[in-house]
Write a protein that binds this ligand. Sequence first.
Ligand code: ATP
Length: 254
Amino acid sequence: MTELLNVQGLSVRFSGLTALDDVSFTLEEGAVRAVIGPNGAGKSTLFNAISGYVTPTSGSVHLKGRELTKLTPHEIAEQGVRRTFQNGGLFPALTVLENVLTGLHAQTEGSFLDILLGRSKALKSEAGNIHRARELLKLMSMDHMADTRAGDLSGGQQRIVEIVRTVASDPPVLLLDEPAVGLSPVARAQMMEIIHRLAGEKGVGILLIEHAVELVMAAADRILVMAAGARIAEGTPEEIREDRAVLEAYLGHS
Ligand SMILES: Nc1ncnc2c1ncn2[C@@H]1O[C@H](COP(=O)(O)OP(=O)(O)OP(=O)(O)O)[C@@H](O)[C@H]1O
């Protein structure tokens, strides 16, 4: 499998506190890697360091061999590492389709004004975008919602649309921060199915922070377990289930 992301010895210190301590892992094309660990383990700091929101004290992040470590969050997103935020904010008055299109416009040829003025190149790429957005919504089983206002969707549906909007521009790597938090059991299962499809059918490499351990066990190919900023275990869900250090330090029993 093609390696997308390579994180080597990444550390972050905040005035004396080591929030991230020498963490290394890789993420391959089409793979789902979960990051789990108790509160304060350093999961968000890891995401922030990869996406440029905090500056690592040491270590490096490469995407397909290209170093991202010193780039701004905007540049890192442009290179193809995209993330969703908790409460990422769709435009409630726009339809689902229009929201997904906002994720595509950044890379469309021609401006919104060109589209309004009916300039043919812009119109052609807009038609292409609409086609692409509809295909993606279909892949995510959300095509029947295309013309619904985003503000009228349930919380779980909004989060799915946010993910569709984020992947619309075809990023190789997607960072998902607790996509299933607060969702009903049915919506959680749907979210995990979507994560599977994005990886399996579109080849996106997905890094996932999630507290619901059972969901992680079902959705991830590999799991990184953190505690106090450091990696305490790494492996397949089966390996993690059997790992003594995880059972003792994280799950609280031996
Ligand atoms: N900007 C910051 N300044 C100072 N300390 C910080 C900052 N961000 C995080 N920390 C500290 O770094 C440590 C790791 O926090 P982090 O938020 O990465 O953990 P987490 O695993 O994401 O936790 P949670 O599951 O609660 O979100 C914590 O002790 C936290 O208080």
